[in-house]
Design a protein around this ligand. Structure first.
Ligand code: SOE
Length: 356
């Protein structure tokens, strides 16, 4: 890649994830220039512009798309605006990175995917845990054949912030804005890891649960209902015949952000833990099976050293014509599973993926 090549990027959404997550990541790349930022919240926008020295600011993304000569946008807004912003950007021939979950539902996701395919542009979805060294190593081991054919994946993703009944009714707890609750927010990461490690989903049996159905509004103006899932559990069968269970919650006491997965194959087993990103647990072969032993295996230094972010990969993909990030294909495939889990929970039985 030429050291001079630079992607001119417009940032859409300058909340915590937009700034501490995305803009901070772009700062690590010499190949991106943040030429403009947009947010409906002028205070967040001004703070971000100052912190990251962004020359132009907008409160309407459409104005930004028209006025700035952009190569790319990064969409880090609440879920209900992912589809329209992405479609508008693609329509102006601008490459798009979008936060997960890609959309509110599969209909939106399918439209986004169809437009993305037709455009030939680079699209990315921030399934960020693919970048955890242990997650990458697990994929390499599975693909090498070292644990044989996968029989099972059991994965959990636990946060605990919602256990406090006074924790406010933020947008993530409002179905009209978020689509689903913890299912789309955290479950989408697990679904993506399972697809990336093992393969596509065939069917699911879901259960969704809301524990606290009303909370104080963030601005103190009263209380509002919570109409999304606080916890989501689902069984799954994958296309290769593997079975498993995924579980995610915002009600795991004293947990900040804990992901774990166990993967069992015909010849070995693996354990992933995002809080121990540079190691895995591993067993393979008759000797370890006989003695029921798992050993801690360090992730190879080369994988650790090349740890990156979706944001840096997105920029490199635009400049190099490569596809190294999860794309709208992955975002839409994940959305098909999310919709299937929701539908399964509604009808109380197994459903096929995709639903229709
Ligand atoms: C929610 O608390 C959240 O910020 C998710 O939206 C992110 O995707 C996850 O990586 C961390 O937790």
């Amino acid at each position: 890649m030429s050291t001079k090549a630079v992607v001119r990027l417009g940032m859409i959404g300058t909340g915590g994830m937009g700034t501490d997550g995305h803009l901070a990541a772009y700062r690590q790349s010499p190949h991106v220039e943040i030429v403009a930022a947009c947010d409906v919240n002028p205070e967040n926008l001004a703070r971000a512009a100052q912190r990251f020295s962004i020359p132009a600011t907008y409160t309407d993304y459409r104005e930004m798309l028209v006025r700035e000569a952009l190569d790319a946008v990064d969409v880090v807004t609440p879920n209900d605006s992912h589809a329209q912003i992405s479609l508008d950007a693609l329509g102006r021939h601008i490459n798009v990175l979008c936060e997960k979950p890609l959309a509110l539902n599969r209909q939106q996701a399918r439209e986004m995917l169809a437009v993305a395919r037709k455009s030939g542009l680079v699209t990315a979805v921030n399934f960020s845990y693919r970048n955890v060294p242990a997650a990458r190593f697990i994929r390499e081991i599975i693909r090498s054949g070292e644990i044989g054919e996968v029989y099972h994946v059991i994965a959990t993703y636990n946060q605990g912030w919602a256990v406090d009944p006074n924790s406010p009714r933020v947008w993530r707890l409002n179905k009209a804005v978020s689509g689903t609750g913890v299912l789309g927010d955290l479950g989408s990461h697990l679904i993506d890891l399972v697809r990336w490690w093992v393969g596509e989903f065939r069917s699911v049996l879901g259960h969704l649960k809301t524990f606290i159905t009303e909370r104080p509004l963030p601005d103190g103006s009263g209380r509002a209902p919570v109409d999304v899932d606080d916890a989501a559990s689902f069984m799954m069968e994958l296309e290769n015949g593997a079975t498993g269970v995924l579980f995610c919650t915002r009600f795991a006491y004293a947990r900040a952000n804990t992901q774990r997965a166990e993967i069992y194959g015909t010849k070995g087993g693996l354990v992933y833990d995002n809080e121990r990103p540079n190691e895995i647990q591993f067993a393979a072969g008759d000797f370890m099976r006989k003695h029921r032993q798992y050993c801690t295996m360090p992730v190879p230094g080369s994988i650790i050293a090349s740890r990156t972010t979706t944001m840096q990969l997105f920029v490199d993909d635009i400049l190099n014509g490569t596809t190294t990030t999860p794309t709208f294909e992955d975002g839409a495939a994940c959305q098909e599973v999310l919709d299937a889990v929701e539908e399964s929970a509604r009808v109380g039985g197994w459903v096929r993926v995709p639903l229709d």
